[in-house]
Write a protein that binds this ligand. Structure first.
Ligand code: K1U
Ligand code: ZN
Length: 173
């Protein structure tokens, strides 16, 4: 497995709708493994394929909190939200493509998601708490949407300017 570079906003690839994965191939398994390694290394609790420059509908996540609890690496291919709760939840979100910037985002508190796993089998699960927030954040990435798109325009512009500056500094280093 290998670490992949994470794209930093603004990047046109982060604004595109990703294409469905037609078949679970060796290439897809390698991508999923690389993305999990990249996510744990960052560190983060989720990562979507467009964030590593691959415009395919695949995401990984592991929202297990306690160090003592066993890890739960998940790979979701072609995920679809089948149900959302009426109850909403606000969480201060971050994003590996928008480092060190945070903002409150309101989303359904619980969701049911259907997806294909790495064996090509259909799966369905109800997510709550941080898992629900994370899976919705990652599915947004597959649809070219970032958490800053939920913020007020001025705050979004300020964060975008900071990211342009960060990218300029990184390019010079
Ligand atoms: O998609 C991403 O950019 C990953 C992002 C996922 C996410 C975070 C918060 C709310 C919703 C979705 C991150 O993982 S940011 C880093 C982060 O949250 C974290 C890092 C280390 C320990 C715990 C959390
Ligand atoms: Zn993100």
């Amino acid at each position: 497995m290998a670490l992949r570079d994470i794209l930093i906003h603004p990047d046109p690839r982060l604004k595109k709708v990703a294409a469905p994965v037609p078949e679970v191939t060796a290439e897809i398994r390698r991508l999923a493994g690389d993305m999990l390694e990249t996510m744990y290394d960052a560190p983060g609790i989720g990562l979507a394929a467009p964030q590593v420059g691959v415009l395919s509908r695949l995401l990984v996540m592991d929202c297990v909190k306690g160090e003592a609890d066993p890890a739960r690496p998940m790979v979701l291919i072609n995920p679809e939200i089948a149900w959302v709760s009426e109850a909403m939840n606000v969480y201060e979100e971050g994003c590996l493509s928008i480092p060190e910037q945070y903002g409150d985002v309101e989303r359904p508190a619980e969701v049911v998601v259907r997806w294909t796993d790495l064996d090509g089998k259909g799966q369905e699960e109800r997510f709550a708490g941080l898992w629900a927030t994370c899976v919705q954040h990652e599915i947004d990435h597959l649809n070219g949407k970032l958490f800053i798109d939920y913020l007020k325009p001025l705050r979004r512009q300020m964060i975008t300017r900071r990211m342009v500056k960060l990218k300029r500094e990184r390019a010079r280093a």
